[in-house]
Write a protein that binds this ligand. Sequence first.
Ligand code: PGA
Length: 257
Amino acid sequence: MGPAVKFASRKRHLIAGNWKMNGLLEDVGQFTDALNDNPAPDHMEVALMPPFTLLYCMAEPLRQKDVRLGAQSVYFEKSGAFTGSISAMMLRDVGCHYVILGHSERRDIIGESNNMVHAKLDAAWNAGLEPILCIGEHLQERENSKTNSVLAEQLSVLEAASVDVPLTVAYEPVWAIGTGLTATPEQVTTTHAFIHGELARMGHDCRVLYGGSVKPENAASLMACPGVEGALVGGASLQAESFNKIIQAAASVAAGE
Ligand code: PGA
């Protein structure tokens, strides 16, 4: 028997590029000139999350290509003596629509806890940002059959959230990020069904993206998995050529071609 959740194909899919700690001012012109317009705007959105330093100068060229701007993190306080931090209102001010929260690199390297992710979600919503909440298991957790309990714990930050808030979830198995490994279509389908089920239990009906070594070669097959409504792309979003190809592949799937 298939999963007892309805996949919402009416949602516009999202292809989002996460540049991580990459990109200088000198790279911006070449990238934005080479970036194609969204080939299927009725079915799909495109977004880019450059580093903080490039947000302001990329806002306008991306807007001209109908590409939404996002940030890779935010601090949960509104303003004040928090040296080195950026608030959600500052991100809105510079033109961001999205903010990535709970990325495994922030959880694992910076030590960001679920409690902190929870506080950041509230800060993002209060400022009118749409969070892209990243969740994912480590390889050992998958091998020990802990995937679902890890994901449920990470999703529990949504338990008390209003069901009307703007929200996208990204499933990114940690072992597939930057490694060239991708989850198999079966693993992706099963895991997305579990995530959609957990979200539905909490009353949320949001998009769930897949992330982890998404490339032009595998984008179409990953996007065709039931319950996958877009991708969060790291390394392959740094070059306009490969990002264009992923967008094109995902657009064909989203448009049902
Ligand atoms: P990757 O990164 O595509 O380079 O694996 C994905 C991500 O971390 O969002």
